[in-house]
Design a binder for this molecule. Structure first.
Ligand code: 5AD
Ligand code: SF4
Length: 440
């Protein structure tokens, strides 16, 4: 039997795509190898969101080159956003690569593997949803549902519109059928995926389904206990979606609302199409409907032209919102993006790093403060396995998407109740509640 090894970089969309790549390979008779050196097919699913993502991946490619030299009949394949962003250049820069394909061309990998052709091939059309391919889920109780591909936004820093193409929504009936099949398969938590989930359905004809309507349809499926989604865009975050968090039992009390910057001037240069006020209005609406909701975010520091005053506004927003968590990034110029062409007002590296440190300190302090609201409460936890820090303990996630390490007897995939005893900025800890144990 032939064996494959797949390494995934990047976001949840890539994790989703990789699960479908694995499903497709297994339907072709391949089996997974645990070590790259044991594989006949070495694959990478790449990301290009920041420069650091590129360089991490190219170091791995070096190992593939060495392994291919040892056994030239091995196949090396590179898929995903980085491959898309450099296209045919892959073969010039890395002549040992046999097949390269963008995120919309995962299905072509099967075609390549089953063809007689030995020449290198590149596939870069925006064509298909990986969601159509069979999947092999990393965790049987958690599933991704790809509701759309591509992105119609024009954020000036972002490479994604060029790597994933224009936005196309998958038909609602197809999504419902897929979610029902997942539930029948034992999936309890579904994460809806799209580059901008709030604009789901705007391109569907003849009948459009809004994102809020889609949430209600998924919520109605028996067996699906938790629904999450990523990522929304603040410009399209409507009241009906926020209300869904309050009204639909399975929609979790967590909203990831990417801020990027707290300065309206920088938001404009980023082409985010909302300003600080509009963002804060969204936050106020969330707090009104779901006061306990966890709000997390993404923030970029050091965008070209960002002054100390702009940065202070980002700090102010972070202070005011009190995020439960935030991903913070230093601006990185990406090929072909509008922001990469800005030559004025570039922020020196030293300044970027200093701002980053100040932001992280504030975010962590606020997250720590916010997390204290959970202490003394009993929260529902979906068990994921043993704790990473203490194998005697279990690890799981609350509906707020907080990681909990706890003592208890529940099995992975089970929903249990945990009495929360302590909270840090990142994790909660506690003990499985006696009632939950007694009911077992
Ligand atoms: N530089 C730094 N961070 C970026 N992100 C996207 N593009 C860039 C870039 N060029 C961040 C944004 C986005 C997250 C996924 O990555 O914050 O929300
Ligand atoms: Fe995901 Fe963006 Fe990376 Fe592509 S470039 S894998 S869409 S994070």
């Amino acid at each position: 039997m032939k064996r494959y090894h797949l390494t995934t970089f990047g976001c949840q969309m890539n994790e989703h795509d990789s699960e479908h790549m694995k499903g497709m390979l297994e339907s072709l008779g391949y089996e997974e190898a645990h070590e790259r050196a044991e594989a006949d097919l070495i694959l990478f699913n790449t990301c290009s969101i920041r420069e650091s993502a590129d360089s991490r991946f190219t170091a791995h490619l070096g190992e593939a080159k060495r392994l291919k030299r040892e056994e030239p009949e091995r196949i090396v394949g590179v898929g995903g956003c980085w491959a898309q962003s450099v296209k045919e250049e892959v073969f010039e820069r890395f002549p040992f690569v046999d097949v390269a394909f963008g995120p919309g061309q995962v299905h072509k990998l099967a075609e390549f593997l089953t063809s007689e052709s030995l020449s290198a091939q590149g596939y870069f059309e925006f064509e298909g949803f990986t969601g159509h391919l069979p999947a092999r889920r990393a965790r049987p109780y958690q599933g991704w549902l790809q509701i759309s591909v591509g992105c119609n936004c024009a954020c000036s820093y972002c490479i994604v519109p060029s790597t994933r193409g224009r936005e196309v929504s998958r038909p609602t009936t197809e999504l419902i059928a897929e979610a029902q099949a997942m539930a029948a398969d034992g999936v309890k938590e579904v994460t809806l995926l799209g580059q901008n989930v709030n604009s789901y359905g705007r391109d569907l004809r003849p009948t459009r389904t809004s994102f809020a309507e889609l949430l209600a349809m998924i919520d109605a499926i028996d067996g699906i206990e938790r629904v999450r989604y990523t990522s929304p865009h603040p410009k399209d975050m409507r009241e009906d979606v926020i209300r869904a968090h309050a009204e639909l039992p399975s929609v979790c009390e967590h909203i990831h609302l990417p801020l990027q910057s707290g300065s309206s001037r920088i938001l404009k240069a980023m082409r985010r199409t909302y300003d600080r006020q509009r963002y804060m209005d969204r936050v106020a609406l969330i707090r009104e409907y779901v006061p306990d909701a966890a709000i997390t975010t993404d923030i970029i520091v050091g965008f070209p032209g960002e002054t100390e005053d702009d940065f202070k506004q980002t700090l102010e927003v972070a202070e005011e919102v009190g995020y439960d968590g935030a991903f913070t990034f230093v601006f990185s110029a990406r090929r072909g993006t509008e922001a990469a062409g800005i030559t004025e007002g570039l922020v020196p590296h030293r300044v970027k790093v200093g701002r980053m440190e100040r932001l992280v300190e504030l975010v962590q302090r606020r997250a720590h403060e916010r997390a204290q609201r959970f202490v003394g409460r009993t929260l529902e936890v979906l068990v994921e396995g043993p704790s990473r820090t203490d194998p005697e303990k279990l690890r799981g996630r609350t509906r707020h998407n907080k990681v909990v390490n706890f003592g208890g007897l529940a099995a992975p995939g089970e929903l249990t109740m945990v009495d929360i005893a302590a909270a840090s900025s990142q994790t909660l800890s506690g003990e499985e509640s006696l009632l939950a144990r007694a009911c077992r």
